[in-house]
Design a protein around this ligand. Structure first.
Ligand code: KIV
Length: 275
């Protein structure tokens, strides 16, 4: 019989991910629940408990209303399902920007209460100091630049970034600031290919692209988008499934069986013991 120690799987760490710069592309997906994390774990290097959970699971219009409690609850669920992949939890809007001390208090809470290996923040020079403060105190941080969903109120909505020279320079600066502050990887969202490549060539840590071309060191998608859970998919998402269609078909079949007394059948009911 193999011991508990032998059965233990080594979880990937921030240094493992950082060491993949320019190597085999890093496979990442979002996860919000234990069963999904269990399914994704053997295929992914990194699972992100993204604050997109607010839109995908909780029906919010954007990520601004996501709370620390929501992130912790979903982080705990994902940690129960994932064994090998590195789990990163998003810090929600308002939990890390104000001061380094607040960022540290909230990041330590996320790490202690979920057991995750790192946190992610939307990055740029304005939060670089806070990123450095966390990293120097033992908290691995992933940055996020380009289309920053938490900044849609100032950026004017969900739209691709870096099309003007002014934006291009700013995004490059954001990525540089995150990497120089000690981020172990940087998510690059919704930018043109040339800019994604330039960021990847400029910074020393891996870039993880979403809508940012193959010119990155890894890729991430919102799992529910690529599985086809919604009737609309962004341009950059490749659909690998039609879960929405399959759910609709299954529910229609169940409703039809119930209405026509075909469910439950003999195989699905309990019988009293004879005698
Ligand atoms: O919240 C999220 O799911 C993300 C990914 C889209 C990168 O930040």
């Amino acid at each position: 019989m193999s011991s508990h120690r032998e059965q233990a799987v080594r979880r990937l760490t921030a240094p493992d991910i950082a060491a993949r710069k320019g190597q085999t592309p890093i496979v990442c997906l979002t996860a919000y629940t234990a069963p999904m994390a269990e399914l994704l774990d053997e295929h992914c290097d990194l699972l992100l408990v993204g604050d997109s959970v607010g839109m995908v699971i909780h029906g919010l219009p954007n990520t601004v209303g996501v709370t620390l409690e929501m992130m912790i609850l979903h982080g705990q669920a994902v940690m129960r399902g994932a064994r090998r992949a590195m789990v990163v939890v998003d810090m929600p809007f308002g939990s890390y920007e104000g001061s380094a001390e607040t960022a540290y208090a909230n990041a330590t809470r996320i790490m202690k209460e979920t057991g995750c290996s790192a946190v992610k923040v939307e990055a740029g020079p304005a939060v670089a100091e806070n990123i450095e403060y966390l990293v120097k105190r033992g908290i691995p941080v992933m940055g996020h630049v380009g289309l920053r969903p938490q900044a849609i109120m100032v950026d004017g909505g969900f739209r691709a970034k870096g099309k003007t020279n002014h934006e291009r320079v700013r995004i490059l600066e954001d990525a540089r600031a995150a990497a120089e502050a000690g981020a172990f990887a940087v998510v690059v969202e919704g930018v043109a290919e040339g800019l994604a490549r330039e960021i990847t060539e400029t910074i020393e840590v891996p870039t993880i692209g979403i809508g940012a071309s193959a010119g990155c060191d890894g890729q991430i998608l919102v799992t529910d988008d690529m599985l086809g859970l919604f009737d609309w998919t962004p341009k950059f998402v490749r659909r690998y499934g039609d879960i929405r269609g399959q759910i609709a078909q299954s529910i229609a079949a169940y409703a039809d069986d119930v209405r026509n007394r075909r469910f439950p059948g003999p195989a699905e009911i309990y019988f009293a013991k004879a005698g």
